[in-house]
Design a protein around this ligand. Sequence first.
Ligand SMILES: O=C(O)C1=C[C@@H](OP(=O)(O)O)[C@@H](O)[C@H](O)C1
Ligand SMILES: C=C(OP(=O)(O)O)C(=O)O
Length: 448
Amino acid sequence: MSHSGNPAPATARKSENLKGTVRIPGDKSISHRSFMFGGLAAGETRITGLLEGEDVINTGKAMAAMGAKIEKVGETWIINGTGNGALLAPEAPLDFGNAGTGCRLTMGLVGVYDFASTFVGDASLTSRPMGRVLNPLREMGVQVQSADGDRLPVTLHGPKTPNPITYRVPMASAQVKSAVLLAGLNTPGITTVIEPIMTRDHTEKMLQGFGANLTVETDAQGVRTIRLEGRGKLTGQVIDVPGDPSSTAFPLVAALLVPGSDVTIVNVLMNPTRTGLILTLQEMGARIEVLNVRNAGGEDVADLRVQFSELKGVSVPADRAPSMIDEYPVLAVAASFAEGKTVMDGLEELRVKESDRLAAVARGLELNGVQCEEGETSLVVHGVPGGKGLGNRSDGQVKTHLDHRIAMSFLVMGLASEHPVTVDDARMIATSFPEFMDLMTGLGARIG
Ligand SMILES: O=C(O)C1=C[C@@H](OP(=O)(O)O)[C@@H](O)[C@H](O)C1
Ligand SMILES: C=C(OP(=O)(O)O)C(=O)O
């Protein structure tokens, strides 16, 4: 799939005190899984607060193509699922657009079925490695056809009876963990996933909520063993999706950087596997008050009050990476305004996101006058408090490489730097945060 129309550049300019209270759209990870598990479970699933970004809508279309009935009535998405083990063969290739999560999790979900399913996506998704999911599926007996280097397009055909496997996830990836567990749903016996480094646990928690027999054991070293009994019954649920902490990062960092700002962000998911950015910013001296902490549908949520803050550079421990993996681009922007240097380590997974985020961030920082050092798996950013001289006087544009988080991060940068910041293409923002422009301008941000 290609994105319609021409690239749409956008520019952000130095802004004054951002003010207001905003509600962030639903969490992308939980929204994908709500469509998938709702589409698979027997009976009705009702979802409110779903993120209606392009990535999630593509997952909904894929589930509909495999037999789920999905409709929106008022503010509620109502799904009638097929029942576990009863997905239908999709008649056409499943197009996941820009979404790694949608594509990789669905490969697990349907790849083990005894029929063919084909997976395609945009230029960004087509360049991303799929072997990390295809290899465990091969062990389960799935026939795989893929392009060079295990890239899309991919066609999968499951065996008559898949083998339950024990799989140790070789990199910190919730997508790989989840793909194996979802394949286990239609596999007789116990599928076991060993996760040496904990990543977001939405698949485990939500599958338990839908009635799967799934257990998690954590040993003294923190290694998690997840066991799932295949071919059990899943039953439709009522889900209220909390606000996305990864989207929250953009207005949050903007409020920290723009002098005089005072912004409250309500209903933010505070699952500890997702809060590494907040912790890191607090260590840098950010004034972030976590208010009204509550539990909703088995997840912690809170409201965040964020005020302009003078930040100091820190060293971010490598083992924190999984809990803030999508937030490094915007952390690098925050670090550009901090006193001293910020050191980020353990960033190997950033190289295989919608773009090579480590390179994209380093080039964008350089273009806008920030000194940085890009290592193989690390980034060092030398900050300029007050943003003096930062931004771009000429008409240089940050290359976003079809990556929504690169686009939003550099637009945030332009709100606090002396000169404007322009990104070459803002269209991808609609994949994860379609309300971004309106929400930011509503707080007083000068973006256009
Ligand atoms: O499971 C998920 O919902 C996600 C897992 C992460 O990817 P990896 O598993 O590739 O780290 C993250 O970057 C992505 O935005 C969402
Ligand atoms: C990495 C991301 O998503 P995905 O892997 O689903 O494309 C992201 O949203 O930052």
